[in-house]
Ligand binder design. Structure first.
Ligand code: FES
Length: 238
């Protein structure tokens, strides 16, 4: 194919992001392995006969996962998108459209650890510039969309990850690391380089999105009463 909508030119077009350039590292062949075939059978069984094309997004994730298993890099080669199109009886361009619309899909290889830095306003106000700086310093990167020389890290700028209460957020592959600062981000990346998998979630002494220092509301159990006999925070259950 050639021209504006060819697979060679596909890239992420999310407003505010430079399109990801296509890659010349395209494999010539792709076939689903046994693990993927089992997942596909489960996925396609969810859709009525004749509506299997609705499974295009989960099937693209199946490709991502297989590529990660096979090469260490979760991405969508063009030949794999064509394989998905064939399996779902869709024109390939419709699969390319989906793959390039969603920033979650990578249309070129990424490092083993895909560092996705949220720089939207809440994360920016809470120090996402420091997260970017730490990723550059520790992973050896100069800019977004770059992969480190050792192939371990790719840094991408992403929009709100829906976890603003724990800003700033760094998503590494599928995991969220929260409440980060410069030093904790450097430590996280150093641990990933050593082959460790640090615990995901808040990186400070905090339970999920609860306030730092513990809960401040709903402290009474249902049905409890204060020492003076007055009802507790919540009414008694009858
Ligand atoms: S702004 Fe970063 S998670 Fe919402």
């Amino acid at each position: 194919m050639s021209g504006q909508f060819s697979a060679e030119n596909i890239g992420h077009g999310t407003p505010g992001h430079a399109p990801r350039p296509a890659t010349d590292q395209q494999p010539s062949h792709f076939a689903f392995d046994e693990t993927s075939e089992a997942e596909i059978a489960t996925i396609l069984a969810r859709y009525p006969e004749g509506r299997q094309s609705s499974g295009v997004i989960p099937l693209l994730y199946v490709v991502h996962n297989q590529m990660k298993r096979d090469t260490g890099s979760a991405w969508l080669p063009r030949v794999a998108m064509d394989t998905v199109a064939k399996r779902l009886s869709m024109p390939p361009i419709r699969v390319y459209e989906v793959a390039t619309f969603y920033l979650m899909f990578n249309t070129k290889p990424v490092g083993r650890h895909h560092l996705q830095v949220c720089t939207t306003t809440p994360c920016w106000l809470r120090g996402s510039d420091d997260i970017v700086a730490a990723c550059k310093a520790e992973a050896g990167l100069r800019a977004f969309e770059e992969t480190s020389a050792d192939g371990l890290f790719t840094m991408t700028e992403v929009e709100c990850l829906g976890a603003c209460a724990n800003a700033p957020i760094l998503q590494v592959n599928e995991d969220y690391y929260e409440d980060l600062d410069f030093e904790r981000t450097r430590s996280l990346i150093a641990a990933l380089r050593r082959g460790e998998t640090p615990e995901r979630g808040p990186t400070i002494d905090r339970y999920n999105s609860a306030p730092v220092g513990g809960r401040t509301t709903l402290l009474e159990e249902v049905g409890t009463r204060h020492a003076d006999g007055q009802p507790g925070t919540l009414p008694d259950v009858v």
